[in-house]
Design a protein around this ligand. Structure first.
Ligand SMILES: [Zn+2]
Length: 190
C-alpha cells in the first residue's frame, strides 16, 4: 500500500545509483570496515538482488544511500496516509533494521503500551489516537515500508548487470591486489 506514486523516490534512487557508479572507481579496500554479518542494512538487499560473493564495503555505500531515501519517502507516506497520527504528539514512528517501530515520546514501545492498557482497563487517559488504533496504523505502515523496499529493489534490479560489471572492473582487482600483498608479506623471508 502506498499513498503516493513514488516518482520522487524512483528519481532519487536513479540519482543515488549513478552517483555510486561514478564514485566506485575511487573505492579502496581498507581494514576495519563494518562486517557484513554485523550490518543491519545490506543483507536484505543482497538477498533480494542475489549479490552474494561481492565485498560488503562498496555495496554498503549504495544500500546505505537507498535505505536513507526509503526512510525519507516513508516519512512522507506516514503523513499522507495518517495526517493526524504524528500530529497528535502521542506517537513517534521510526524505521530500524527494516522494521517499523512505534513508540511514545517517552520511549515506551507500542507493545508495552498495549499490554499496560489491557491491565488498567477503563482507567485510560484521554487520547487522540488510542493504542489499538496505533496498532492498526503499524500494520498499514509495515505494508507501506515493505512496498517501498520492493520498489527500490526492483529499480536496482534493472541495473544488476551494470552493478556486477562495475564491481568486476573497480573492486575485484583492488581486492586481489591487497590479497597478493598480504600473501607476499607473510611469505617474506626473515
Ligand atoms: Zn552493509
Amino acid at each position: 500500500m502506498s499513498a503516493l506514486r513514488p516518482y520522487r523516490l524512483e528519481r532519487e534512487l536513479d540519482s543515488a545509483f549513478y552517483h555510486w557508479l561514478a564514485w566506485l572507481p575511487s573505492w579502496v579496500p581498507a581494514f576495519g570496515r563494518r562486517r557484513y554479518s554485523a550490518c543491519d542494512v545490506c543483507p536484505r538487499y543482497i538477498d533480494a538482488l542475489g549479490l552474494h560473493e561481492i565485498p560488503h564495503a562498496p555495496l554498503h555505500s549504495l544500500f546505505g544511500a537507498v535505505e536513507t531515501l526509503i526512510s525519507h519517502q516513508f516519512d512522507r507516506e506516514v503523513d499522507a496516509l495518517f495526517p493526524d497520527f504524528r500530529g497528535s504528539g502521542e506517537w513517534e514512528v521510526s524505521i530500524a533494521g527494516g522494521e517499523v517501530h512505534i513508540e511514545t515520546p517517552e520511549g515506551h514501545s507500542l507493545e508495552a503500551v498495549l499490554a499496560a492498557s489491557g491491565l488498567t482497563g477503563g482507567e485510560r487517559p484521554l487520547v487522540v489516537v488510542t493504542p489499538e488504533r496505533a496498532a492498526q496504523v503499524q500494520i498499514a505502515l509495515e505494508r507501506t515500508h515493505w512496498a517501498l523496499f520492493e520498489i527500490s529493489v526492483a529499480r536496482l534490479g534493472v541495473q544488476k548487470q551494470l552493478i556486477l560489471r562495475a564491481i568486476d572492473a573497480h573492486v575485484e582487482p583492488k581486492v586481489r591486489e591487497l590479497a597478493d600483498a598480504l600473501v607476499a608479506e607473510v611469505c617474506e623471508p626473515f
